[in-house]
Design a protein around this ligand. Structure first.
Ligand code: ZN
Length: 346
């Protein structure tokens, strides 16, 4: 059996083509994908053939932010049944390496995360009409949210994992730099975690508006002076307890550190190449610099919070196009002045 899929052959060469649907085993589930969000990594693969040292070396089905409807289940499956709507966790760790056994599955030594060119052969993605998945990947989302909203469980899980790295946020002043899809969801996650203030930055007003809709208490447009260099943020050794850095831009990190209180924490979510760090101030203020990579357990939490309407992700979904218009959708997603999350329907 074949089904249509969104396959990237090379930079800017994205094709909709027939792709084989695997035979379903007894612990597996066949899912009809309903919606899929285009992530920054999908976009980097499409626009530049990769990011950093990760390059697309062979055709790859893109996509890892998906949700759909269960079509059939294997004989031993108990978690879901045909007709049930689910968010699909794209994280597929091995389950038995030392990191999996320690509950740190995002560091699995044999991870098959959907739509990733980090390993060769590449780990194929989920922008396909039909896909056979493991039972454990399925998170039921009920009937009150759209599959597009359910597909946001993946980036929201990234946001929850990032916020978790910051430690207790109750009563804290939190800075979120970059108000794209991840930044906007980090804002929501920080509010959920008890932050007193969440101040979001971006270069674009449309993105800042999304941050407000997701719960930012204030915004700062850093395309205008003084931005984070404002005296209110830098006086008395800094204003923020925590900064969650979602841009990866060198200039942003340089402005974040003076605005952070001594012993504050920077959680770095945005990925880029090498960035110079003002080590003197980092040491002098005893600032903790913490990375955040993907998620694992947070996926189920993200799906549940969306399912129960406790986090409304609708504001970030700015466009939805059918799979036939995937190329147009990817071009749209590249326009940060108008788009936050562009999704495909299948
Ligand atoms: Zn593992």
């Amino acid at each position: 059996m074949d089904a249509r899929a969104c396959v990237l052959h090379a930079e800017k060469d994205l094709r909709i083509e027939a792709y084989p649907v695997a035979d379903m085993q007894e612990n597996q589930v066949r899912v009809r994908i309903g919606a899929g969000g285009i992530c920054g990594s999908d976009l980097h693969y499409y626009l530049h053939g990769g990011f950093g040292v990760v390059r697309v070396k062979q055709p790859i089905v893109l996509g890892h932010e998906v949700a759909g409807t269960v079509e059939a289940v294997g004989a031993k499956v108990t978690r879901v049944k045909p007709g049930e709507r689910i968010a699909l966790n794209p994280s597929r760790p091995c389950g038995h390496c030392k990191f999996c056994l320690a509950g740190e599955q995002q560091h699995c030594l044999d991870m098959w995360f959907y739509g990733s060119a980090m390993r060769v052969p590449h780990s194929q993605g989920a922008f396909r009409e039909l896909i056979v998945v493991e039972e454990y990947q399925c998170e039921p989302v009920g009937t009150s949210v759209s599959l597009g909203e359910a597909a946001c469980a993946e980036p929201f899980a990234v946001a929850l994992h990032a916020v978790r790295q910051a430690g207790n946020l109750i009563g804290k002043r939190v800075l979120v730099t970059g108000s794209g899809p991840i930044g906007a969801l980090v804002v929501a996650a920080a509010r959920y975690a008890g932050a007193l203030e969440v101040i979001a930055t971006d270069l674009h007003e449309a993105a800042l508006q999304k941050a407000v809709e997701m719960g930012a208490t204030r915004t700062v447009n850093v395309s205008m002076e003084p931005g984070l260099k404002a005296e209110e943020f830098t006086r008395d050794k800094g204003y923020f307890d925590v900064a969650i850095e979602c841009t990866g831009a060198a200039a942003v990190l340089k402005d974040v550190i003076p605005a952070l209180r001594p012993r504050g924490t920077i959680v770095q979510v945005g990925v880029t190449g090498d960035v110079p760090i003002p080590i003197g101030i980092l040491v002098g203020k005893e600032i903790r610099l913490q990375g955040a990579f993907r998620f694992h357990g947070e996926y189920a939490l993200a799906a549940r919070l969306i399912k129960e309407g406790r986090i409304d992700v609708k504001p970030i979904i700015t466009a939805t196009l059918p799979i036939e218009r995937a190329v147009e959708a990817f071009e749209m997603a590249a326009d940060r002045t108008t788009q936050t999350k562009v999704q495909l329907t299948f």
